[in-house]
Design a binder for this molecule. Sequence first.
Ligand code: EPU
Length: 419
Amino acid sequence: MEAFLIDGPCTLDGAITTSGAKNAALPALAASLLTDEAVTLERLPAVRDVVTMSRVLEHLGARVETDREAGSATIRSDALSVEHEAPYELVKTMRASVLVLGPLVARLGHARVSLPGGCAIGARPIDQHLAGLEAMGASVILEQGYVNVRVGSVLRGCSFRFSMPTVTGTENLLMAACLARGTTVLRNCAREPEIEDLASLLTAMGARISGAGTETITIDGVDSLTSARHRVLGDRIEAGTYLLAGAITRGRISVKGVRARHLQPLLEKLDDCGAVIEEEGETVTLSCPKTLRARDVVTAPHPGFPTDLQAQYLALMTTVDGTATVVENVFENRFQHVPELSRMGADIEVHGNAARVTGSSRLSGATVMATDLRASASLVLAGIAAHGKTRVDRIYHLDRGYHAMESKLQRLGATVVRI
Ligand code: EPU
């Protein structure tokens, strides 16, 4: 099993370019199932979740031609078959496989997808995805660990209100509604930028959508969708992770290829902590003084502070004098990095969904491992700030969502090797 060996501390200095967003690439790949024509996606990140989603599509009968040099893929879904299913072996490794549910039901009238089950960051049910499909006239049967969704003739446009904003739930119903008969109005939708990016791909394919990125999305169904070429949005979470890496080492770092407005809650927080943030076009630069202020954070759906940056922010707070409270409001059980950070000398107490961090200037290297993607990123950040050698085990979690993290960090001046 691969691991990172880190020799710290270091002060990061330099620039990196953001990859395409994993969480925009996955729904874009699923959306290609909505048409029998070719869909080309550019700036696809070379991360393992994208490979897994490509395998799910192939399993369903699509052909995925990847051009690694160009960082693009063309998907042709002209030979999908109702016989095929999204199997447990793939879905269990990546929950986002459920994104094929909406497109398959809309296109074929039937989908069979393994239930994702529990995952490292909480129970994460898909009841909202299923309730929305039922509101569009589908029947849902759960059997033998699989969800079977079927429609008599075609999906019908409907009015549906989510009980809570769900990102993949909104994406699933948005995709299904594109081929439904009539108008669908989705309320209390998630507003993450990745949803706007999906809507822009779907619009390029001929869908009629308004309001993506707001709480209410309206979709007028069309009979069919066509080919399109789409450049995936830059990854705001990857960008945020590197800005936090810059901050934890009190360095200076520029991140290119990301829209600052998508990072607003993080940038405002870092500014409040005392970092200097400059924005120019699609480049964000952070310069960090030696001393930062401890500041509380509460995660919330977009435009709140993203849960996907909570672990990395918490790692930063362990290095800042003072106390900060980090409240996780999106997922239960998303503090698995805490015991590992404690092994590096961090002082953190968790009560329910709140972690109280008392920071100091000295973390020390240790052997650590985490069980999810962002928690692993927080341990790498702690490792580059810590004194001595840190070994981060099970970095396959990192490879799910960060392309070549060690090379990017090396370019910024960190001593990180993959063994
Ligand atoms: N929820 C339900 N029922 C549902 C759907 C969601 O109760 O039917 C709950 C969840 O359990 C959770 C909350 O609603 O408590 C929000 O979950 P959401 O559905 O928004 O999460 P997701 O769509 O499964 C996406 C990202 C996650 C990111 C969350 C929140 C993708 C592929 N995944 O997950 O990304 O944390 O939104 O922003 O877009 C990551 O990249 O590391 C990652 C976990």
